[in-house]
Design a protein around this ligand. Structure first.
Ligand code: FAD
Length: 398
């Protein structure tokens, strides 16, 4: 069986390749770190250039300024950018934010934000996790209360990715007690909080790579007008759940093509670099088991890519995906770790050196160090395995 893109997506792939040839990925300035999702670093110049091409709102309805193209075209766009190693870090997140505004946002929020998102001028961070509420998100203690036409928000968030590089936070807060709401999942409200709102302080957290990726957010008497509620008050968690499958899909869709690129780099390096443990002439790739391990990983990446295409098709057709997001996300993240480990085994610990002259331009170092957090972000592998067991295999919860 041959898997390929339809003509509209093939035409877009050619356009994307021409765009990248005109100004190659490594010529764009970086503004924030590459988190290892396969979408590269944040480059606002690059994002704005994508906006100018109309590629941020590619699938949005026309009445919201989009091009109303099919999802498969968007998959082709993302895959082509990832294969090239382009710095399109926030693209998938911006699109997800826009899609939830289109689904659930009120007209004021839509008019305020959608044109700016389409131009690459507005980005959101996710303010869900708290120091004592991660896997058990419903244990969050950030509170918001209505005060006339405003809400007052007080609390603390942690691990918010790239918050300092964004313009707005999506902050989940309790507005009604779990007892009054009838369940812990009720009584939570999602707020769109601009980063420059008085009372909001972002504290950077230095990651393993030495760069800043996470932020802690302190909300101290933060006041926002009631129209900044996303969706309905007290129903923030249900809405968050609705978008979760899509978030996990788009958050990891670019990982297989990015791993294709990294494995190509690794293979090329191993084929052309003498093995320091050998006779000085044989390349690293000739080491027993090395080629076999690379081929195995290449096959796994190709298979995972197809699973993500299947998942995308199910989402696009509105077919329920009770366990797929948990399964495929875990597979992609653990595969990323295996590729990083293979690079470390083959090239030795020098692969973790950074700075100018780092082996393979530092690409394997970035993959190795960021892949550690990937199996925690968006739900840990342990928790997601329980989802697959109960929702996928129908096993009992305990
Ligand atoms: C790279 C990265 C990016 C992130 N980005 C964001 C972001 O943008 N916004 C945001 O809000 N948060 C973000 N997070 C936070 C992330 O969502 C949480 O770290 C995650 O949900 C786990 O929560 P925790 O850290 O509190 O760990 P805990 O929930 O305390 O878990 C600790 C350990 O216990 C295990 N465990 C917990 N409960 C169970 C269970 N029921 N069954 C089996 N094992 C269990 C976990 O698997 C883990 O090994 C990010 C995290 C990372 C690493």
């Amino acid at each position: 069986m041959e898997f390929g893109y339809p003509p509209s997506a093939e035409a877009l792939r050619a356009e994307v390749r021409a765009f990248l040839a005109e100004r190659p990925p490594d010529t764009w300035p970086h503004d924030a770190m590459d988190g290892g999702y396969g979408t590269g670093a944040y480059s606002f110049q690059f994002l704005r250039a994508l906006g100018t091409k109309g590629w941020i709102g590619l699938t949005w309805p026309r009445r919201f300024g989009g091009a109303e193209r099919p999802m498969i075209d968007q998959l082709a766009l993302m895959e082509e950018l990832a294969l090239a190693g382009a710095p399109f870090g926030p693209l998938a997140g911006s699109d997800q934010w826009a899609q939830s505004l289109i689904r659930e946002g009120n007209a004021t929020l839509q008019a305020d934000l959608l044109p700016r998102i389409a131009a690459g001028e507005a980005l959101a961070w996710q303010g869900y996790s708290e120091p004592d509420a991660g896997s058990d998100l419903l244990a969050l203690t950030t509170r918001a209360s209505r005060d006339g036409d405003e809400y007052r928000i007080d609390g603390r968030k942690i691990w918010s990715s790239e918050a300092g590089a964004c313009t707005h936070g999506m902050v989940l807060a309790r507005t009604t007690s779990a007892t009054e709401a009838g369940s812990r999942a009720g009584g939570l409200t999602m707020f769109v909080v601009p980063n420059d709102t008085p009372g909001l302080t972002l504290r950077p957290i230095v990651s393993l790579t030495g760069e800043v990726y996470h932020y802690e957010a302190f909300l101290d008497d933060v006041r926002v007008p009631a129209w900044r509620v996303m969706g309905r008050p007290d129903e923030g968690f249900r809405e968050l759940l609705k978008g979760l499958d899509r978030d996990r899909f788009w958050g990891r869709f670019c990982k297989p093509p990015a791993l294709v690129r990294l494995l190509r780099l690794l293979r090329e390096h191993a084929a052309t670099t003498p093995d320091p443990e050998g006779d000085g002439t044989a390349p690293l790739l000739a080491r027993p088991g090395a080629a076999h391990r690379l081929v195995e990983l290449e096959a796994e990446v190709a298979g995972t890519r197809l699973l993500f295409h299947r998942f995308g098709h199910l989402l696009d057709q509105g077919i329920p995906t009770p366990y797929e997001s948990a399964l495929y996300k875990t597979m992609a993240d653990e595969l990323g770790q295996r590729v990083a480990n293979a690079a470390l085994d083959l090239l030795g610990p020098d692969v973790l050196l950074g700075g100018a002259g780092a082996p393979l331009g530092g690409a394997m170092r970035q993959l190795y160090l960021t892949s550690v957090g990937q199996t925690i972000a968006g739900g840990t592998s342990e928790v997601l395995r329980t989802t697959v067991a109960t929702r996928g295999l129908g096993l009992p919860r305990s």
